[in-house]
Design a protein around this ligand. Structure first.
Ligand code: MG
Length: 323
């Protein structure tokens, strides 16, 4: 079945797509409406975000399962103390009391993003807040890599997993954004649910070989690593066998050979999270379809310097061509 969503992510002559990772984490607080608006204002047409649900079933945009003291302040403006609350154990009203508008620069995680703006009064958004933004006329051409986070405490709980997928899909459908949504996860069992529940949305399979450590200060991305024991060259075949349309490898895992194999299999390849200029350049040279980055500006500049762009000519507005 052809998926129209894929054309927005596929490379074309002179075009390598850019995806704003959690908005633009290097520049503005991650997974916030402010960050997504910045990425859109920068001319990006692809956004990546992470979702999970609160205790009362509200789908919210946040990466970690627990509110993390390096990036969340309480209602009094202080960094969290004591046990970090789990998002799934809070109501949305309780979650709304917290401020996700900045990083604590004394922490290892905060030190990874020294240029990120520090804002105050920024709530963790609901998925519907972002979907409402994207329904606006000027954002009709924006597509989403909607990453559904699987709860490591509930990895064997198929009821909870399916309920989360159903809740996410229902919200996407209510906003009529299914033609612009790609369902994205490290949890390949969850992606099977996605294929069954939302066969009209392509599934995007994240991979990271076990030899690459998780980034500092983040929850493990994977409750279960589906590519444990695989080699770099095995990955595209595994994704294709699982019925994926997109392969999203960690950028260090990609080789010329594995990328060629992905092309043979008809997969679209989006690499993450590529932040250093040398790494971005390597991905441009390899010719991936799309690059997910915390620093859209760096990637834009590198593309433009080489006569390339992140959008096909017909999709470029004056804002991007005149920049
Ligand atoms: Mg993500």
């Amino acid at each position: 079945m052809p998926f129209p969503q894929l054309s927005a992510c596929a490379a074309a002559p002179g075009v390598i797509r850019l995806v704003g990772h959690r908005g633009a984490r290097g520049v503005l607080p991650e997974n916030t409406i402010e960050g997504f608006e910045f990425a859109l204002t920068s001319g990006l047409k692809l956004l990546e975000l992470d979702v999970t649900a609160t205790r009362d079933g509200v789908v919210v945009i946040t990466h970690n399962h627990r509110l993390t003291r390096s990036m969340v302040r309480d209602a009094t403006g202080h960094w969290l103390q004591g046990e970090e609350p789990k998002v799934s154990q809070l109501t949305y009203a309780e979650l709304s009391e917290f401020d996700a508008g900045g990083l604590d620069g004394t922490t290892a995680y905060g030190q990874r993003f020294p240029d990120q703006s520090f804002m105050t009064g920024v709530a963790i958004p609901r998925l519907t807040d972002l979907l409402d933004l994207l329904r606006q006329r000027e954002h009709q051409d924006v597509h989403l890599f909607l990453e559904i986070k699987s709860d490591p405490d509930l990895v064997q709980n198929s009821t909870a997993r399916t309920a989360l997928v159903e809740a996410v899909v229902a919200e996407v459908r209510a906003a009529h954004l299914e033609p612009r949504t790609i369902l994205h996860s490290f949890d390949w069992t969850m992606l099977e649910d996605c294929q069954r529940i939302a066969p009209d949305m392509p599934t995007s399979f994240l991979t990271q070989l076990p030899e690459n450590d998780d980034d500092i200060g983040e929850d493990s991305s994977k409750a279960v690593n589906p590519v444990e024991g695989c080699s770099a060259m095995d990955l595209p075949d595994r994704v294709a066998a699982a019925g994926g349309q997109l392969w999203c490898p960690y950028h260090l895992d990609v080789t010329e050979q594995s990328l060629a194999r992905a092309r043979e299999l008809g997969l679209t390849t989006m690499v993450w999270t590529v932040n250093e200029s040398d790494d971005i350049q390597r991905m441009i040279t390899l010719g991936v379809d799309a690059i997910c980055t915390d620093y859209p500006g760096r990637a834009q500049r590198l593309l433009l310097q080489q006569g390339l762009h992140w959008l096909p000519e017909a999709a470029r507005s004056c804002v991007t061509t005149c920049a």
